[in-house]
Design a protein around this ligand. Structure first.
Ligand code: SF4
Length: 842
């Protein structure tokens, strides 16, 4: 008898859109997923990442890519050995307790993730601040949302995005600044486009690239990288000059406008146009559209946030809404898009060093006292905690003796990887709590296997403050446990060593019990959910604050803001560009971008969705100026590190700009530190967010004697072991980049490599990995010097190894990939015929 299909309502674990998904399972196996038609965020739609979620939970992926059991090792060069939970937690507790006793509570730290559930965050927070007595708890949300947090607080008085997704559909003018929702928030962007078709609303996009979102715009402001503040100030300048501001709104509901207006008037439009490289007429048109529309809404994300002046960027964008009275009504308001699925939950629970639960402030004695009373501890520490970049600096300096990393991969995602790797190597004790094997788990002393999407239950808040239940459909594999349960068990083990009386306060029976404790900390706060419970959430998602049994779709409709006097504030901003300017040594501004079908470090999405080998994109005119051509191999050098990458010319980039997708860490670029080897850590002074969107780099063409590629079809369950073997085999080479492809049933791998000399042993290894038989036919083309080994199985091309003496000799790999994925009948073709397309070009 077939096991019956069950369906469980849950939430997508990728982007901050927070789509509802219905998880289909047979027994303990997830077999399908579909969009939840009743979820207000997506109304049944899913993007390709969401649609492929079940493919990241197949038996093969679970067996090969997941962590199943606690693992420990005595030294970093030793192999991991499996252990049980009791021993693992005792080991961790011993090491943390020893550090706290010898060096004080600030000698340990927790680095958590925007992908945790709200309940997980809360337990970690209580563990750090109430039990250990440190504010050293920060989240990878520091890398994406902390500028928006500060921008909201500076202007509106609270970290509360005022809009709902419905407003995107009700706006007459949408201004997208520093975001590419077409790829990063595809379902929301689909709603925007559909509404635009219906009501003819205007779309303005400010982006240095001709992004997929910019392509859909009525007006694209293609600004020079790092000049956002000048553009936003110039927009306000035009509004002021042309009398487009709403003086009644400014006088009745804001403070600080006179001082800002003086600053804005001091920037002539012509000067702003020169700095931003946006024509003055385009700035004027955008200002008129925004101010003149019945309802204007802005969307922003990492383009504004990941800047050394991200807080000012966010505030300057919000100023436009305040100056025009475009807030507090349907279809209006500044709307930050969260990158991660529950970054908002992290902000609500205070899971960054600069925040406390319930939107409290660790620098405020009254807020600390309130928490200490609630947790029944003597005090919540006053010492400022370390934000992400500062935390890894402290590790490198030997000030942190034990670090706990949960559900994030700093050895891929943090800027300045050389320095971060040095920090992790210096750390006396590193615990990594994770679901998938990553660059960071490979560096740990202790690995703790965590449950993940489909296996864990709790709550998540999306970009529009909407709280949804994320429900388990199956049990976690092996010994994996939910994150909150791991943190709670560790807290009890640690308490037994440093404060036994606190151990019972870390005893919860379920995530629901954690939620019921946490929510009390929101009573009377701007995000009040004290009367919300799982029973209500089971009926459907709710936006906070939840008052009188009802959620709040839109904030500030009474035009009273979350400041002491109820007025929104025009904040002082300091006009400036990127922290590090390009110069004659590093003349190119590098920015980091996302792909639609991958997610951050690709530890989950990389198991099921395509990812092409990394390449540096550059404007054709700039390449010509530098004497470079498409597909040249270049050494990319920043002040922080270097990488060897192939060049891909792209008309989407303005001259002087280069871009790299952020997904490729060491696992996809073996032998390197991944793309964050290049990025720097200039910080926003308030948000402490690093400037990941602007890195000056130099490019030099490099010549290597040998170039090789493997393109091979593999069954889905063969990919993970093949990747492991490839990574090890390719790491010693001068350059290597790995990709995966998936087209229908056809899945496989691409490996591109270059070295100072031909590596014969590696070629044998590639043949083994690619299942290419030693008897496979070889074509040595004397004229071009190229060699191709071809595997045909059952009449279909199954794999190919390409070799040559220059990068151009690999240029045909996409053709072979097409031939492989198309499944075309190759049995009747001769070798020469198969290679004809590329030989024609030689
Ligand atoms: Fe929705 Fe984002 Fe998930 Fe795509 S990745 S399904 S847009 S939540």
């Amino acid at each position: 008898m077939t096991t019956p299909l069950t369906e469980t309502r849950s939430t997508c674990p990728y982007c901050g859109t927070g789509c509802g998904v219905i998880v289909q399972a047979r027994g303990e196996q997830i077999v399908g997923v579909r969009g939840d038609p009743d979820h207000p965020a997506n109304l049944g739609k899913l993007c390709p990442k969401g649609q492929a979620l079940h493919l990241t939970a197949t038996p093969a992926v679970i067996a090969q890519a997941r962590l199943h059991t606690p693992q420990v090792r005595a030294t970093r060069d030793a192999a991991f050995t499996p252990t049980n939970w009791e021993t693992a937690l005792a080991t961790a507790a011993d090491r943390f307790a020893a550090a706290i006793r010898e060096h004080g509570p600030d000698s340990v730290a927790f680095y958590v993730s925007g992908q945790l559930l709200t309940e997980d965050y809360y337990v970690f927070n209580k563990l750090a601040r109430a039990l250990v007595g440190t504010n050293n708890i920060d989240s990878n949300s520091r890398l994406c949302m902390s500028s928006a947090v500060v921008g909201y607080k500076l202007t509106l008085g609270a970290d509360a995005p005022p809009c709902s997704y419905e407003d995107v559909e009700l706006a007459d003018c949408v201004f997208v600044a520093g975001a590419n929702p077409a790829l990063a928030h595809p379902v929301l962007f689909g709603r925007l486009l559909e509404a635009r078709r219906r009501r003819g609303s205007k779309l303005i996009v400010a982006d240095p690239r001709v992004s997929e979102t910019a392509l859909a715009a009525d007006l694209h402001l293609q600004l020079a990288p790092g000049t956002d503040l000048y553009l936003l100030t110039a927009l306000l300048g035009v509004m002021l000059r042309d009398g487009l501001v709403n003086e009644t709104f400014i006088a009745s509901h804001t403070t600080g406008f006179a001082a800002l207006a003086a600053q804005v008037r001091a920037l002539p439009l012509a000067e702003a146009a020169r700095i931003t490289r946006v024509p003055a007429a385009a700035i004027e048109r955008a200002a008129r559209w925004f101010a003149g529309a019945q309802s204007s809404l802005s969307l922003w994300c990492q383009g504004l946030n990941q800047s050394s002046h991200g807080s000012d960027n966010s505030a300057a964008l919000i100023h436009l809404h305040l100056a025009c009275g475009q807030i507090g009504r349907a279809g209006t308001g500044p709307f930050s898009l969260t990158g991660q699925p529950n970054a908002m939950g992290g902000r609500e629970t205070g899971s960054m060093a600069t925040l406390l639960p319930g939107h409290r402030d660790p620098a405020d004695p009254a807020d600390r006292a309130a928490l200490a009373r609630f947790w029944r501890v003597g005090a919540v520490p006053a010492n400022p905690g370390l934000s992400a970049v500062e935390l890894f600096d402290a590790c490198r300096q030997g000030r942190i003796k034990a670090l706990w990393v949960a559900c994030t991969n700093p050895a891929q995602s943090m800027p300045m990887q050389t320095s971060v790797r040095a920090a992790l190597a210096t750390l006396p004790f590193l615990v990594v709590q994770e679901a998938f094997a990553t660059e960071t788990t490979a560096l740990a002393d202790l690995i703790l296997p965590a449950a993940t999407w489909g296996e864990r239950s709790g709550t998540m808040s999306n970009s529009e403050r909407r709280i949804s239940l994320s429900r388990a459909a199956v049990a976690p594999p092996g010994q994996a446990r939910p994150d909150w349960a791991i943190a709670a068990a560790f807290a009890r083990a640690l308490a037994a060593r440093i404060a036994p009386e606190l151990a019972p306060r870390f005893m919860w029976s379920s995530p629901r019990a954690v939620f019921d404790e946490y929510k009390q900390l929101t009573a009377g706060r701007d995000l009040d959910i004290a009367t919300l419970d799982y029973a209500r959430l089971a009926l459907g998602p709710v936006s906070w604050p939840y008052i009188n049994r009802s959620g709040t779709e839109r904030l500030y409709t009474d035009l009273r803001f979350a400041t002491p006097d109820g007025r929104a504030r025009f904040a002082a901003i300091a006009l400036r560009g990127a922290a590090a300017a390009t110069d004659s040594h590093r003349p190119i501004a590098l920015t980091t971008v996302r792909l639609r079908d991958q997610w951050h470090g690709a530890s989950r999405s990389g198991t099921a969705l395509p990812l092409a080998p990394a390449a540096l994109e550059l404007a054709p005119a700039t390449a010509t100026e530098l004497g470079l051509a498409d597909d040249d191999l270049v050494r990319v050098t920043s002040a922080h590190g270097e990488l060897i990458l192939p060049l891909r010319l792209s008309h989407t980039l303005a001259p002087g700009l280069a871009s790299l997708t952020l997904h490729q860490g060491e696992r996809w670029l073996p032998g390197s530190l991944g793309i964050n080897a290049l990025t720097g850590a200039a910080l926003d002074p308030l948000a402490r967010q690093p400037e990941l969107k602007h890195v000056p780099v130099g490019l030099t063409k490099i010549e290597l004697a040998w170039h090789g590629a493997l393109v091979t079809r593999l069954a889905a369950d063969q990919i993970a072991p093949a990747l492991t073997a490839l990574r090890a085999g390719l790491a010693p080479l001068a350059h290597a980049a790995i990709g995966v492809f998936a087209a229908g049933e056809q899945t496989g791998l691409i490996a591109l490599a270059a070295h100072h000399e031909r590596p014969p042993a590696l070629l044998l290894e590639l043949a083994t990995i690619g299942a290419i038989s030693p008897a496979a036919p070889v074509l040595n083309d004397a004229r071009s010097g190229r060699s191709r080994v071809l595997q045909i199985s059952a009449g279909r091309l199954a794999g190919v190894i390409l070799e040559g003496s220059c990068r151009a000799d690999l240029a045909a790999w996409p053709l072979y990939q097409k031939l492989i994925t198309s499944g075309a009948d190759c049995s009747a073709r001769s070798l020469r015929e198969l290679f004809a397309p590329e030989l024609a070009g030689s």
